[in-house]
Design a protein around this ligand. Sequence first.
Ligand SMILES: [Zn+2]
Length: 559
Amino acid sequence: MSRYIIIFLFSVVQLLDISLKADDVHFFPPFDFPTLFSGNFAELRSNHFHGGVDFKTQGVTGKPIHAPADGYVSRVTVAPGGYGNAMYITHFNGYTTVYGHLEKFMPAIERLVRERQYRDETFSVDISFGPDEFPVKRGEVISLSGNTGYSFGPHLHFEVRSQEGNRLINPLIFYKEQVRDTKPPKAYAVALYPRSGKGSVAGSNKRAIRKINGNTISDTLRAWGEVGFGVKALDFMDNTSNNYGVYRIELTVDDSLLYSSTMDSVSFSENRLINAWVDYEAYYMRGEWIMRSHLIDNNPLKLLSVDENRGWLRVDEERLYHVEYTLADYHGNVSRYHFFVKGEHCDAQPVNSGAAQYFCWDTDNELRDLGMRLKIPKGELFEDAALHVVRTEQPDALSDRYNLNGITHPLWHGCELSIRLKKCPSDDAKKYYIKYIRGNGGYGVGGVLKDGWITADISSLGCYEAAIDTVPPIVRPVNEKQWGRNGLLSFYMSDSGTGIKSYKGYIDGNFKLFKFSSKNVRLTCNLRAEGISRGTHHLRLLVTDNAGNETIIEKTFKY
Ligand SMILES: [Zn+2]
């Protein structure tokens, strides 16, 4: 009985908290058609939590977006990737709303953005405004929805940020009444983690994953010492086939609450802590999201709450332990899963620090190998890690190749890697960079050359070597025969070394706007929008990479 009282109390506290927020602040829906989401808040994404909700836009772009409350346009940005065209509205209620992947801004801002693009001769812009420049009233059309930036289908990415502390807030708090949701979340698998050096699961120091059948798993796992749990789960809503992240997860063992997660808000600095919360190896190796229900050593993520043992269960009696997961969505639909763990004495295997370098999460660490230095500051690892470096000699290359054998040990922000050059074929320091190697490919991570060493900040451990970029960007016309007919100049543009730094297009000697889309690597110019008359014209396109290599395209075309 006590379990239900505890859960009931938790729910009441939760509801009170939410109703306070929702009572204070009113946001009206941004669209005048029924609200459906294709993504929800804090859904699990690569290296981050989804920062808002994705409103469906009936499969098309160009839907008018209405201001959800009074305020003013405080910022607009245009970028080839990310949010594409984005708008920020600062409200007088303590929140700022953000709109991503827009097709067009309101006309006055659209004109201003264009002016800025021409003045600075650049496609990307970031403009801030004061409260008196573009005030908006609730319901006023502020822009049109689109599919710009890193978006793979028309939708509106919508965020609510608290002005104090700049935290991302779950928008469903304000839009609960707009959507219908009678479908509870669903769990697909559970995982059991023996704590390193302190526990065992099924006689082993490796984690065990079990599929869920119905509301339970098909066997009873043996465990001893300290063990943690994890769950793979999704949520659903009515009238869509999309799936979502789970709003609330609770784990109880023998009726006592070990752990809960609640997706109400997340700060930007917490975003990469997602890698400390989920089973990073399962994600990295198989793309599988298993959410841990315990804290590994370094995980200050605020949306998790744990008991005094940080969510770890101490199995020290030879008996059955009753484990229950309760999953809930924001509308209060609940599903429950339970299974047993059998306590059976088994000594934990000691931590094997062996020949590898043992790194502690709570100290500064430095690793040196021949021609390589790695500095991992205190707090960057999420748990202690046994790392070892495999150096591959490359006699003819710029440097040896270093496999920092720890790709499954994610870092919070990153760390510093230096590699010594064995030769310097160019006097131009700008041309050198550190390259991250993955399979046969990879990409540059930048770097600064000093005293024969190149140093870069890397965001993950893995395989690296020094490289030089003397190859100008690739710029290749696409569908050139169609240009005159459809009035669209189109190029494939990429740079495999240090990446594209800038580009500028001139038609008959005058700057014209070329738009770059990172998702399809296309650079385009809409001749009609740029006011080009029918006839024969001359195009000059200059593209440079971050190493200072330049490609110039000169072309005469008929339109
Ligand atoms: Zn989104």
